[in-house]
Design a protein around this ligand. Structure first.
Ligand code: ATP
Length: 135
């Protein structure tokens, strides 16, 4: 089976690099997208969500923030602010982040709180907790 390379890049550098992915499943703003070797060249915006890739018959799970993906027939490059392997997710930290964001959103009903930022923080925390279930 022909495979496709994957590189997940953040402002801190590459957080994951693999030459031989059987399939890469991404959450784009338009919906879920499965990519295999030979995919038509594409650029798409990613939403906060999971990224999963099958390597040697096994799925690996990542949590990623929003960002972009560049797809070429032989390589997928994911550009995001942050990305973590399911195994590396600190669930206590994500739970604390979710609670902070929920409290801010509650407060936002009567005060000037940046609802947009609090909502994104909530989405990141919930996503990390969901992906961490695949540890
Ligand atoms: P927090 O409020 O806990 O910092 P956040 O959503 O604001 O959460 P980000 O700005 O998305 O955090 O990420 C900052 C850095 O911390 C990134 O390198 C990211 O990979 C890492 N990170 C954030 N939350 C977690 C977590 N729960 N487990 C492991 N790494 C995390």
């Amino acid at each position: 089976m022909s495979t496709i390379a994957l590189d997940v890049v953040t402002p801190n550098g590459s957080v994951f690099s693999e030459e031989d992915c059987e399939i890469i499943i991404l959450q784009t703003k338009q919906g879920e997208l499965g990519v295999m070797a030979g995919h038509v060249p594409t650029v798409a915006a990613l939403k906060i969500g999971s990224l999963r890739t099958k390597i040697d018959g096994q799925f690996e799970y990542f949590a990623v923030t929003d960002g972009f993906v560049e797809i070429r027939p032989e390589k997928v490059t994911v550009l995001v602010q942050a990305g973590e392997f399911a195994e590396d997710i600190d669930t206590d930290r994500a739970t604390a982040a979710r609670e902070r964001a929920e409290a801010l959103l509650q407060q936002a009903r009567d005060e000037k709180v940046d609802r947009y930022r609090a909502d994104l923080a909530l989405q990141r925390a919930v996503n990390r907790l969901d992906v961490a279930k695949h540890k």
